[in-house]
Write a protein that binds this ligand. Structure first.
Ligand code: UD1
Ligand code: CA
Length: 456
């Protein structure tokens, strides 16, 4: 169910498209459906339907997906009724809410198992403050009804077991119940929760799967709740990493927005954000406050504080035992070999650096191939862009580029050569030579400096 408006979010974006981790809220429900191997997913859309449908289609991958538009939105029972024509009579239906992102696959599997293709199974939880939720009404232990908060008597409002908004039921039975719903209630809505009474009347067993962790059924209605669930989601991921042996300085200060795969003995300091697909090899260390996105960092490499890495769709590779940062920036296509050193305020884009190459301070390497053991001096840059096109700089093995050089591409610096500091190099340079391209130094003796206010 993803048709609701989400007025309290105070946002132009449909609520179910608000982002938690790296996915829209409804994307988490979709992932849960994938995890229990749903035969197909039917998404009920209404508010912002075109946007919601486009986002879900992009996330579904190979999973069969259909949309049912609910216009107008007459309640959760009506929402599921809208989806009914898309559902085969022999199906087992699992109803999920698009704004409940932290539900676990194992919990859903438990609910499906409880339904066993025959019973109506409800996800419930005990809440110290159940206000607002549908209450589970039991008689000598058996579930008899769900009463919505607005329809509940004072006595019913004392019930702490609530309906978590997720149920499983055989499609044939569910469809028959949906056809018998009415809207004779406080909100004049067709309540999905009224199927419980109908099941009881039909002699179908209603079973409650009562879980411990209320966060699993927590919904998002406001920016504050979204932030609360974001922290819970991140903490859950942090614990999953620690369970694998990853050493986090503080599980409350890491954000993983995508997939983070770690080898043994990885250490991650505080304040780091991981995005997209990131792979960290054995013994990798990530210093404090790094952004690490779409890259692979090989065994023993060290990323020092405040480094920004994002390979976007191209990727970034940091070779074994390389050292990057503090304050370094690796952009798409940066491919660092083993033992490469990239220091502070160095930017690398679409550049391959062979084993042991170093750029330790204030440099730009863009569209370049850099040989083994090259030393690229402070303040030096590849001038890769002529205003219209990008050109390649080739620096062969063992070249030493002094400080503050401009290498105007396309250009090749021959192996073992030295480029004198302050040179602007516009032609390729020979192997083994010292090349200097700058004004000769001149001194003028007894030079008198101009004096302020002096007349000519
Ligand atoms: C619902 C349950 C309540 C339960 C609570 C748990 C009903 C009648 N009540 O209440 O028992 O305790 O969830 O969170 O089901 N939606 C549609 N179309 C509609 C109405 C809603 O698609 O016409 C979607 C919403 O976008 C949302 C979900 O259904 O994703 C739940 O709707 P919401 O209005 O939030 O139900 P609650 O009042 O929270
Ligand atoms: Ca809700």
């Amino acid at each position: 169910m993803a048709a609701g408006k989400g007025t309290r979010m105070q946002s132009d974006k449909p609520k179910v498209l608000q982002i938690l981790g790296h996915l829209p809220l409804a994307g988490h429900a979709l992932a849960a459906a994938r995890a229990v191997e749903a035969r197909k997913v039917v998404v009920v859309t209404g508010h912002g339907a075109a946007h919601v449908e486009a986002a879900m289609a992009a996330l579904a991958g190979s999973m069969p997906l259909e949309f049912a538009r609910q216009e107008p939105q007459l309640g959760t029972g009506h929402a599921v009724q809208t989806a009914a024509p898309c559902i085969a009579d022999d199906a087992l239906v699992l109803v999920l809410s698009g704004d409940v992102p932290l539900i676990r696959a194992a919990t859903l599997q438990g609910l499906l198992d409880l339904s066993a293709g025959r019973h109506l199974a409800l996800l419930t939880v005990q809440l110290p403050d159940p206000s607002g939720y549908g209450r589970i009404v039991r008689q000598s232990g058996s579930v008899k009804a769900i009463v919505e908060h607005k329809d509940a008597s004072a006595q019913e409002r004392n019930i702490q077991e609530i309906y978590g908004g997720i149920l499983a039921a055989p499609a044939g039975l569910l469809k028959a119940w949906l056809g018998r719903l009415d809207n004779h209630n406080a909100q004049h809505e067709y309540y999905l929760t009224d199927v419980v009474k109908l099941a009881v009347a039909d002699g179908v067993q209603v079973l409650a799967h009562c879980i411990e962790d209320a966060l699993e059924v927590a919904g998002v209605n406001s920016a504050a709740q979204l932030a609360t669930l974001e922290r819970a989601y991140q903490l859950r991921q942090a614990h999953a990493l620690m369970d694998q042996g990853v050493r986090l300085k503080d599980p409350a200060r890491i954000d993983v927005r995508g997939s983070l795969v770690c080898g043994r003995d990885v250490e991650i300091d505080v304040g780091c954000v991981f995005e997209g697909q990131v792979v960290l090899g054995k013994d990798v260390r990530i210093g404090p406050y790094c952004v690490v996105a779409n890259c692979s960092i090989e065994a023993g490499a060290v990323i020092a504080a405040f480094t920004h890495i994002d390979g976007e769709s191209q990727g970034v590779r940091v070779g074994a035992a390389a050292r990057v940062g503090p304050f370094a920036r690796l952009r798409p296509g940066a491919d660092l070999g083993a033992d490469v050193h990239i220091g502070n305020f160095v930017e690398v884009k679409n550049a391959r650096m062979a084993q042991g190459a170093k750029a330790n301070h204030l440099a730009y390497l863009g569209d370049a191939t850099v040989g083994a053991r090259v030393n690229f001096g402070a303040g030096s840059i590849t001038a890769n862009y002529d205003g219209a096109n990008k050109h390649l700089t080739v620096i062969e093995d063992d070249v030493h580029v002094g400080s503050n050089c401009v290498l105007v591409a396309p250009i090749t610096l021959g192996a073992g050569g030295t480029i004198g500091g302050g040179s602007t190099i516009t032609k390729s340079t020979p192997i083994g030579a010292l090349t200097v391209a700058r004004g000769k130094q001149v001194s003028i003796a007894n030079w008198e400096r101009p004096v302020k206010g002096a007349k000519k």
